[in-house]
Design a protein around this ligand. Structure first.
Ligand SMILES: Cc1cc2nc3c(=O)[nH]c(=O)nc-3n(C[C@H](O)[C@H](O)[C@H](O)COP(=O)(O)O)c2cc1C
Length: 378
């Protein structure tokens, strides 16, 4: 595909329009509760005014990207965890119109969006954002969301077979200047014509976060960025995981950036950070929602050992997985520096209340990353 060349718009997109060696993003702000499964009253509303306020604040602070969650049905529990969610392409489109530099992703379920409609929605967002739209392609992992659409979830391998056709079609729709037919196993498109093309003779950056070998292979073959779990054990472990993904990409003749996901609780002292973390996601966790989340992934006291169940419960309470980064600004900055040294290009983080907590991160953590040479001075 001629799109992915070393031209300037493409380099701009890949670098998310800034020279930050460690990219920082906010993950999950389009959902009520964000990612913390907590009952604390200050938990994230996910409402539009808060998203708009947050996006403008993040843009101004030099945060690189906003990554939303594609969720159609909440998880219930006392708080109806992620019960209210803003649809991600429309959310990104509006935020791109209201910001100047930040990249906004849409998280798109390939099996639920017709590729021609999705491609055009994304192009529209991309023009509005002048090349700042990104695609997070997902195949879906919650059965009851699919039920709601009357769409049957395919078996795991077939989900990615379908996604392969879907992304092939999307890339053609974005690039092909002449009318074309697309005849796949699942998709049959006739005399396709789609204008305009994405902004600046390029295309949106594409990411995926498949955890399975099939998902990873899909990512390295088709995407520019891959999101993986960082090790909770050691930086060396994380470095090894990053190296393996990059190696797999090279086997497919491609280069890929590797990102991870984290949950930050940053307070002036270690003690304050640890206390707040415990307050939110232990004492005030919405355990009924956590148990539903786990049951949907077939993690129950019947399917795993008591020890494993307890570990999974506590990990899901603080954000449905993701590396916990809890501490004072020195500690948080050090952890982020370590992740960068492991070869990660960036991290998408969630906060209990994004807009309340971002100013402190900006004032205390970002300058430490600048001094470490990982972020541009602002
Ligand atoms: C950063 C990140 C964001 C994700 N966003 C979504 C999402 O919004 N909606 C969704 O259905 N799945 C989402 N997923 C799930 C992945 O796309 C993927 O399905 C999951 O990691 C399981 O991997 P597998 O599909 O290879 O089995 C996300 C995962 C991660 C790590």
């Amino acid at each position: 595909m001629s799109l992915v060349n070393a031209n300037a718009p493409w380099r701009g997109r890949m670098s998310m329009h800034a020279g930050n060696k460690l990219k920082l993003g906010l993950f999950g702000a389009n959902c009520s509760s964000g990612r913390a499964v907590t009952k604390v009253p200050e938990r994230w509303s996910g409402a539009w005014p808060d998203n708009l306020r947050l996006a403008r604040m993040a843009d101004e602070a030099g945060i690189d990207f906003l990554l939303p969650i594609g969720r159609w049905k909440g998880y219930g529990g006392e708080t109806d965890y992620q019960g209210a969610t803003l649809e991600t392409i429309t959310w990104a489109t509006a935020l791109l119109a209201a910001t100047r530099r930040i990249t906004c992703f849409g998280t798109v379920h390939a099996p639920l969006f017709h590729p021609l409609i999705a491609a055009k929605q994304m192009v529209t967002a991309d023009h509005i954002g002048e090349g700042r739209f990104g695609l997070n392609i997902v195949v879906g992992w919650n059965e009851d969301e699919f039920e709601m659409f009357g769409v049957e979830q395919r078996d795991h391998a077939a989900r990615y077979d379908y996604a392969q056709e879907w992304i092939d079609a999307i890339k053609l729709i974005w690039s092909e200047r002449e009318d074309f037919d697309f005849a796949g196993r699942y998709l049959e498109l006739k005399r396709v014509r789609a204008k305009p093309k994405p902004y600046g003779d390029s295309r949106p950056i594409i990411m995926n976060a498949g955890a399975s070998p099939t998902g990873q292979t899909f990512a390295v073959k088709n995407c520019d960025a891959f999101f993986m779990q960082a090790s909770r054990v050691s930086v060396a472990d994380t470095a090894e995981r990053v190296a393996k993904v990059k190696q797999l990409a090279r086997q497919h003749g491609r280069e890929i950036s590797v990102y991870t996901v984290g949950v930050i609780t940053c307070r002036p002292t270690m003690r304050e950070a640890e206390d707040y973390h415990r307050h939110c996601v232990v004492d005030q966790a919405d355990w009924s929602a956590v148990d539903r989340l786990l049951a949907m992934r077939k993690i129950t006291p019947q399917t795993v050992s008591a020890e494993e169940f307890a570990t999974q419960r506590s990990q899901f309470a603080h954000g449905n997985s993701g590396l916990p980064i809890i501490g004072d600004p020195d500690h948080v900055a050090r952890q982020l520096i370590d992740l960068s040294s492991a070869g990660l290009t960036g991290i998408a983080v969630s906060l209990v209340n994004y807009a309340d907590e971002l100013p402190f991160l900006r004032a205390e953590v970002l300058p430490r990353l600048e001094r470490a040479g990982l972020r541009e001075t602002r």
